[in-house]
Design a protein around this ligand. Sequence first.
Ligand SMILES: Cc1cc2nc3c(=O)[nH]c(=O)nc-3n(C[C@H](O)[C@H](O)[C@H](O)COP(=O)(O)OP(=O)(O)OC[C@H]3O[C@@H](n4cnc5c(N)ncnc54)[C@H](O)[C@@H]3O)c2cc1C
Length: 461
Amino acid sequence: MSGTATAVGQAPEHTAADTRLMVVGAGLAGCEAAWQAARLGVRVRLIDMKPKRLTAAHHSDDFAELVCSNSLGAASTENAKGLLKQELRELGSLVVRCADENRVPAGGALAVDRLRFSEAVTRAICADGNIEIECAEVGEIPAARPCVIATGPLTTDGLSANIRERLGSGSLYFFDAAAPIVALRSVDESRTFRASRYDKGGGDDYVNCPMTREEYQIFTDALVAAETAEQKDFEETKLFSGCMPVESIAKRGPDTLRFGPLKPKGLIDPVTGREPYAVVQLRQDDAEGRLYNLVGFQTRLRFGEQKRVFGLIPGLANAEFVRYGVMHRNTFLDSPRLLKADYAARREPKLFFAGQITGVEGYVESVSSGLVAGISAARGLLGLPAVQLPPETMTGALAKYVSSYAGADFQPMNANFGILAQPEQTEPLCATRRRLSKRERNRFYAERAIEAIRAFAARLE
Ligand SMILES: Cc1cc2nc3c(=O)[nH]c(=O)nc-3n(C[C@H](O)[C@H](O)[C@H](O)COP(=O)(O)OP(=O)(O)OC[C@H]3O[C@@H](n4cnc5c(N)ncnc54)[C@H](O)[C@@H]3O)c2cc1C
């Protein structure tokens, strides 16, 4: 890697006649954005502080570094992450191509030799005649210039402060304390009842999972003994009591959960006519009412442990977790308020964001937002009309989710079938009389998405 450096805190020099697209951050999203723009013939200036400065999670000098796992998730298109990768292949993604070329055996997953993968992306970026590379820590977004900010979940403090100045206070979150989300269709409704505490609001807004004393005991015993994820130094953030992991609350005493997030007050189980011993509440998470989050269940448990332990909650034995709970340092925008579905700032059409900073969660999701932002920014520079990905594609659904989530507590989202556009009543999925298996349903969604992405790619050509 080679390049020039500017002093920290300054906006990189960008003259009035400059028609280059500036991309800040050469991670997964930034590399994809730069590559897509360059492919369309736009000259790109890609800036990263590597190797002069590394975040607490980055260790290599190369671009597109995988900061943790070397897996890019399931390969099959019957899985949401697999479908997202296939869509990106159809759209000519550099990052997914390099992943395919550097694949290592990993069962049904696409895992890569992480060093060779990063080298391959870095080589392709460095060899591209339209991309100029610069090594600098950017502290300020240049005013009124076409720009993609893709500095990731560990964006430096200086740039974070500048983003807040530019987009308004409250534009950035710094900690991801998200509870798991389950697909409602996978909840056993014979074990749950609908009600709001003291019949407030709609009266039946929540799905309640009632527990007997024995069920509560088994659940809390498993919870306190469950394995938690390793914590990085930079994640040792002081937590507000409202953000305390559910397992930490449980460790404070046998009844703390019953007087906290699992309190049964004001909830009458229609089967017994009484308040249960404890209640886990599920709250609607999407406008369509297909996804529900476990209220107060922010957690550091390992993903496998979440499935096992939360599966002990009545009604959730076969729950499909579309997102697991997480607690880690994560800088991300209040995207529903700030961004459009092409990842451009609502207030500044030339300023784009890409990657984890937009509130998409995960390696491949970051690549997908980089691809959309890169194409959109380049089209803007070329005077071409804006494009929008179909909501029945995973790429389009993610963009739509982060830019239009209507709930009060926006949290990052990964690829999952629950966010795709609902099928029309006339489509085979609705027309069939029998109940489809999860596999059949996912296959339908995948085929529909791939058809839509091919049509979209043809229109782009
Ligand atoms: C510790 C950790 C572990 C994770 N593990 C996984 C996992 O296993 N699987 C998964 O799917 N997702 C994981 N994620 C989430 C996410 O998918 C990754 O963080 C992903 O790398 C995000 O891609 P990105 O392009 O948005 O950011 P990054 O890949 O982080 O790239 C951002 C780039 O911006 C540069 N940069 C930052 N600030 C500046 C600045 N001011 N000026 C110039 N350059 C700057 C950085 O040097 C970096 O190269 C993890 C996140 C974290 C923090």
